[in-house]
Design a binder for this molecule. Structure first.
Ligand SMILES: *Cc1c(COP(=O)(O)O)cnc(C)c1O
Length: 311
């Protein structure tokens, strides 16, 4: 939303022909690219380091270079937990650069954000106080039914002021005493999503939510061990949260066949990804009902499909 508004807003000020830029990591979610298209801004993707993390120096060099060309970099998206492989950008470094150069910093923690309910994972969001906006989706990993996406803004006024229209029929006596969320978003009306979030928080309580997150991460490591123990397989990215990226050693084609076979058998379902032309499978642990036996059975299912494919 800030990206879309920022783009439209800058366009109003600078007109059509000025090049306006925003920065994202290579692995940023496709929704960012879409917001860029809607806002009518140019997008620049930046390469991560060898651990798939966007670093401050890379960002600083890119912003400086583009400013010298007369472009206006205004918005950076840092991802905490990428969709492809759950990698984490270096928020602390990126935050310093954004503050230093006066650029909006948005943090996309759609999936991994739920894990920050556990203190031991908050090191991954070091530097969060430098962000201008932060988003996570309780519908992904906090057991809230689809959809529920929570957005925090450091200074809501910037959003409200960008697009405020206040017709007479929407005026009311309590104006100013509570946030009017219609000014925070593109649609006017909203569903009452906070109620279901509230129920989940009340039902589980913070300790049970923490327990579930910890259990899921432990089960992901369990799956990782099973995977490593079978020498036909390899784990391709570091397992940090509940996502395990793995593949059969060999070419992409055999892994594509494997996934088709697994999903075709109809017992478990996985979604693949590809980084640097390396195709891999992704096992995500996120159900509140999952037990170790489910992970073991999933692994046996994967092994059975692998046996068929490798025959
Ligand atoms: C899933 C995801 C999104 C999009 O989430 P929606 O469920 O479509 O709102 C955005 N960013 C990241 C990093 C994601 O993993």
């Amino acid at each position: 939303l800030p990206l879309y508004q920022g783009g439209v807003f800058l366009r109003r000020i600078f007109g059509k022909h000025k090049q306006i830029l925003l920065f994202i990591l290579e692995q940023a979610h496709s929704s960012v690219e879409r917001a860029g298209l809607l806002g009518g801004v140019k997008l620049r993707t930046l390469s991560p380091d060898s651990k798939r993390s966007l670093r401050g120096d890379t960002l600083r060099a890119a912003i400086t270079e583009d400013r010298e060309k007369g472009l206006i970099p205004f918005y950076v998206v840092a991802t905490l937990g990428t969709t492809s492989s759950c990698a984490f950008d270096n928020l602390d470094e990126i935050g310093d650069v954004c503050q230093d150069l006066g650029v909006w910093l948005h943090v996309d923690a759609a999936y991994a954000g739920s894990a920050f309910i556990c203190p031991e994972y908050r090191y991954l969001m070091k530097g969060i106080e430098k962000a201008d906006s932060f988003n996570f989706n309780p519908h992904k990993w906090m057991f809230v039914n689809f959809d529920c996406s929570a957005m925090w803004l450091k200074q809501p006024r910037w959003i409200v002021d960008a697009f405020n229209v206040d017709p007479l029929y929407l005026k009311h006596d309590q104006q100013g005493s509570a946030p009017d969320y219609r000014h925070w978003q593109i649609p006017l009306g909203r569903r009452f999503r906070s109620l279901k979030l509230w129920f989940v928080l009340r039902l589980y309580g913070i300790e049970n939510l923490q327990k579930l997150i910890r259990k899921h991460i432990a089960l992901a490591h369990y799956f990782e061990e099973l995977c490593i123990a079978d020498e036909r397989f390899e784990v391709v990215e570091e397992v940090i949260m509940g996502l395990v990226c793995f593949r059969l050693k060999g070419d992409n084609e055999i892994n594509e066949t494997l996934l088709r076979r697994i999903n075709g058998r109809g017992k478990i379902h996985m979604v693949p990804s590809k980084i640097d032309d390396c195709y891999f499978l992704r096992l995500a642990i996120c159900s509140r009902f999952i037990e170790e036996s489910d992970v073991r059975e999933s692994w046996e299912e994967i092994q059975a499909a692998a046996n068929e494919v490798l025959q």
